[in-house]
Design a protein around this ligand. Structure first.
Ligand code: PLP
Length: 391
């Protein structure tokens, strides 16, 4: 940005999907070809479900074609009517799943330390029409699950967690997928654990399993009976093969990410103007993301300016979750979407930047990114002047 060549060429991306072991993957694909069974509750899907149920410590797990359809089915399976309180600081699919069920999303402000749905703010939004809460464990940081459970029981609300970021997270000894009525995972290629495209509905017990499985497969009960408005949410055997071939390496991936996250934290700990979300000590994290919050006064540059300066160095960061879901044309006219009602979400969405983090990211690259951030900060006035000229 100030002349010279970028630190990374080619650029370093936010994430890089893990690749399955080629031999194991080839064997699994050969078994699909041998059996001529590509989908519809095949052997690999059933094996993946059993292995994931065990790895994640949940009572119920059903895999899906993607996380978005899983969210739609999770809400549908509860037979809800009316309003669903959710967070604007999330990926668009969270809120879309409410609207696709003809339910009404109600936006709630977030906690300034965890960026998750603020239970007190949620309680103030409960009306006679509120049917459910749809909180997100954003960046894998657990929500205040105890306060959410109390709130739900006080008002008789269902709870569906969007746990798409929270694969393998454990809070206070309890696997994250055991909270609420149901939780939803995404196995998209950009997520920590993936099946190229995929997802799952998980829960503490089998109570909702029949309804979820029916909805996943058109509502087909048997050759003679179809019950209700199902859809096609099935995962194919090909995706299950990717998942099975990746699952044994997932703990290594989490550990590799953890050591890289620790290096970032060490390198940036003393830097004024940077802050990390609060993760409770009783949490086993998954290091799915590395969000950092930029205070423009103390750092000397805004988050957007840092984002642009790092891009010029060949470092691709993401401004999750900007824009907020409440700014979408589909939702922005809702009373709950008004910016003055979501002050924390707006501040956080203007300040958070996710830095590159994945197992194969070399430690030397982490150090170079830390160094780049330090240099950008040291040159803040010149960076700001160049950016002002380019706007
Ligand atoms: C990725 C993601 C989804 C959607 O998952 P897909 O598998 O891509 O459909 C939903 N919610 C959140 C928070 C996500 O990050």
């Amino acid at each position: 940005m100030l002349g010279g060549s970028p630190r990374f060429s080619p650029a370093v991306f936010l994430t890089r999907p893990r690749v399955p072991d080629a031999t194991l993957f080839a064997e699994l694909i050969a078994s699909i070809f041998r059996e001529r069974w590509f989908t519809n509750d095949g052997a690999l899907v059933r094996r993946l479900e059993a292995d994931l149920r065990e790895r994640l410590g949940v009572g119920f797990l059903s895999v899906f074609c993607n996380g978005t359809v899983a969210l739609q089915v999770a809400l549908r399976s509860l037979g809800l009517r009316g309003e669903v309180i959710t967070t604007p600081f999330t990926f668009p699919a969270t809120v879309h799943s409410v609207e696709w069920n003809s339910l009404s999303p109600v936006f709630c402000d977030i906690d300034p330390d965890t960026y998750n749905l603020d239970p007190a703010s949620a309680e103030s939004l409960v009306t006679g029409d509120t049917a459910a809460l749809l909180p997100v464990h954003v960046f894998g940081t657990p929500c205040d699950v105890d306060a959410i459970a109390r709130l739900a029981s006080r008002h008789g609300l269902s709870v569906v967690y969007d746990a798409c970021h929270a694969f393998g997270v454990v809070r206070g000894g309890t696997p994250i997928g055991r909270f609420g009525d149901l939780s939803v995972l995404s196995f998209h290629a950009t997520k920590l654990f993936h099946t190229a495209e995929g997802g799952a509905i998980v829960g503490p017990d089998e109570r909702l399993a029949p309804s979820v499985k029916l909805l996943r497969n058109f509502g087909i009960v048997n050759e003679d009976e179809v019950l209700g408005v199902g859809l096609n949410g099935k995962m194919s055997e090909l995706s299950a093969a990717v998942g099975l071939a990746l699952l044994s390496g997932i703990d290594e991936e989490i550990a590799l990410r953890g050591s890289r996250a620790a290096r970032y934290h060490e390198g940036l700990a003393e830097m004024p103007g940077l802050r990390w979300p609060a993760v409770a000590a009783n949490t086993v994290p998954n290091h799915a993301y590395l969000p950092v919050e930029v205070d423009p006064e103390a750092f000397g540059l805004t988050r957007n300016e840092l984002h642009a300066a790092l891009r010029a160095e060949g470092i691709v960061t993401r401004r999750y979750f900007h824009p907020l879901c409440s700014e979408n044309i589909a939702y922005r006219d809702l009373p709950s979407a008004r910016p003055e009602r979501l002050p924390v979400a707006h501040r956080v969405a203007a300040r958070v930047l996710c830095l590159p983090l994945y197992g194969e990211l070399p430690m030397s690259a982490v150090e170079a990114i830390v160094e780049a951030i330090r240099e950008v900060r040291a040159a803040a006035p010149r960076v700001r002047a160049v950016l002002a000229g380019s706007l």
